[in-house]
Write a protein that binds this ligand. Sequence first.
Ligand SMILES: Nc1nc2c(ncn2[C@@H]2O[C@H](COP(=O)(O)OP(=O)(O)OP(=O)(O)O)[C@@H](O)[C@H]2O)c(=O)[nH]1
Ligand SMILES: [Mg+2]
Length: 455
Amino acid sequence: MSQSETIVAPATPQGKSALAVLRLSGKDSIAVTAECIAEKARFLSTPSRTISLYTAKNYPSGKNIDQITCIKYNAPRSFTGEDMVEIICHGGGIIIQEIFESLVRAGAKSATGGEFTRRALNNGKIDIMKAEGIGALIESTGKNELLCANKLYSGKANALALWREKVLVLLEKIENKIEFEESPSNMDEKGKKTVEDFLVRLKGDLERIEKIRIVDKGLNVVIAGPVNAGKSTLFNAIIGKNRAIVHREPGTTRDIVSERLWLHGHEIQLFDSAGIRKTDYEIEREGIERSREAMRDAGIIIWVTAADEKITSAELKELDSNRETTDLVCVINKIDMCDGGKKAAAIKKRGIKTVLMSMKEERKGKTEELLAIIIKKIEEIQKDTDLPEMLFNARHEEIGRILFRELSMAREEWERPEVAALYLKKGLSCMDEYYGTVNAEEVLNGIFKNFCIGK
Ligand SMILES: Nc1nc2c(ncn2[C@@H]2O[C@H](COP(=O)(O)OP(=O)(O)OP(=O)(O)O)[C@@H](O)[C@H]2O)c(=O)[nH]1
Ligand SMILES: [Mg+2]
């Protein structure tokens, strides 16, 4: 196993913490660290993979920096496969900086983002899936993402390899036909069925990974509706502060205003948006366009409408189109002005859960009733989140979408073997990219560009 020049980096984030970790890798890791430890001889004679207490000292001045613990890992039994050292010090910014600078002066080089993991990969300690798994473990923000990351990290993400084999066999069969038959036509219905089955599985995975991203990164809950309905009033009441401007003039909110908050243990991003109406004002139109964009990305929409305003066909159309794609709850506000019964009936008829309230008069009880509905919806969305079989992160998702397209074309063109073969080949190269066997450098750069220094 080759040993490269020695690199060093903090492995924990900047800022104050009880403890912090610095790591070194490369041929002089142990010698360089020894220069920065008061008990140099003891450090050098301590066996590999044994933790012990030392004093970190400034190199070359010799002044004490901190009490640390240190572990040596002799090659090849280390994360990177090279000689490595892990230093655990107290997590004060100046301590980390002093130790780091001393190690650099003693001969180590500052590591670049992902350099440790790349060395592990180059030395065969991990494969590309595991490298991705490390990145995914650290980036996971929710339980489902963590489960996906662990699948990658533990090497259990090999379902795609089985499909790759099947596609390869199909391609060979078709190519044989092309070579040996005079006017080849592809009537292999079993083969077509295999492609179809694969497409179904891929589609399921694409849906699951998208859902996991939505659920784990925090569901977007968007307050939308006609102008002057009390959307911003509701937004402020839910977040508990006067964040959005409330005014009797219709069209007050233009920009999207948003806050992150926890609802009964669920993290969500709540949005207030510009009221929807026909308008000649360019700025307001831009605001309405942003409202629509927010609704498109919403997991749940809270549609707020005023009880004292008649429901229009445009509003019903808006409700219908959103109801098809997104979970929707309707708030009929301002019932201090009008009982809102007619409006409620028209909306309830469409199967939309409706809360009648007045933000002005009985704020608390009704807002809580609304939040209980939202929480129930979030829990329903989370409950039926299945883990994917093949696509575990954004890179896979991107490849999965292209693969789906290519294989759909292969299915479309199944009776024309030359064309079908072409699309199967394209599909295969997608799968090779997934495993990093083609475009390896590009794939690796993509993976490592998100790695921070010290990983
Ligand atoms: N009577 C009554 N007035 C209310 C109620 N809720 C809000 N308002 C008032 O209605 C006006 C509009 O409220 P906003 O919260 O700004 O309404 P909005 O939907 O955000 O309006 P735009 O941003 O213009 O689309 C303000 O004067 C509020 O004080 C309510 O339940 N009853
Ligand atoms: Mg508003």
